[in-house]
Design a protein around this ligand. Sequence first.
Ligand SMILES: [Cu+2]
Length: 250
Amino acid sequence: MKKGLLLILLSGIVALGYIVFSDKVTEQEQNILTPASIVISKQDPQKEIVIESVTMPANGWVVARAIEGNRLGQIIEISEFLSKGNHAQIVVPLGDFYNGEELIGMIYVDNGDTIFNDNDQPYKDTKGNMIAAYIKTGELVPVSMMQPEVNAGHMMGGNMVTVTYTNAGFVPARIEVATGTMVEFINKSNKEMWVASNDHPGHEVLPTFDQFKTIGKGGRYTYVFDKPGTWQYHDHINPELVGTIEVRTN
Ligand SMILES: [Cu+2]
């Protein structure tokens, strides 16, 4: 009888301790919960999109992504680098390549190097929801739309990185990616593009990293970087236009 009472008393103490402990965890979670929000006014994007306001939970970017079918698609453009906190009236130029596809604006957070690369992922709140809104309607993107990205992981968001070839050169001119990342070069210039590894004209530094031909405006060239290293490249037609792909060991 006494033993039974002691047991009940003991389990009571354990239960109480557990409740107090979980309350504390919730409190801590709330303390670190940083607000994140995005407001986009209904618009019909042509050359640019305008983000009315955004509250960045950390340093990062607003990223314009295409919607393909009912899934998240290619990254089209990114905003200027945005510091943690509130920003208003952010204009993101879409460039010549944008051809009217459905777009969303989405908060991405920087991993600390201020360079947009595949370490930078969409911001997720404590419930795992991403923060994004449709450009054309201004409505928030439902959680159901975001779910495939969570499951597909790197496939959708990370392991394909885009470099744009503009009339002024490669943008961004320097990126850092994990080994095995596919980098896509899109020609948005008015010129022909021929991406090739240094040095010009032999291309012997990374001989397979060579387009071996030119493509016109709107064309794409993809290359999977399997070898870690710092790979400098250029446009073979205009070799003064250069870029660097830093492939780190995973
Ligand atoms: Cu060359």
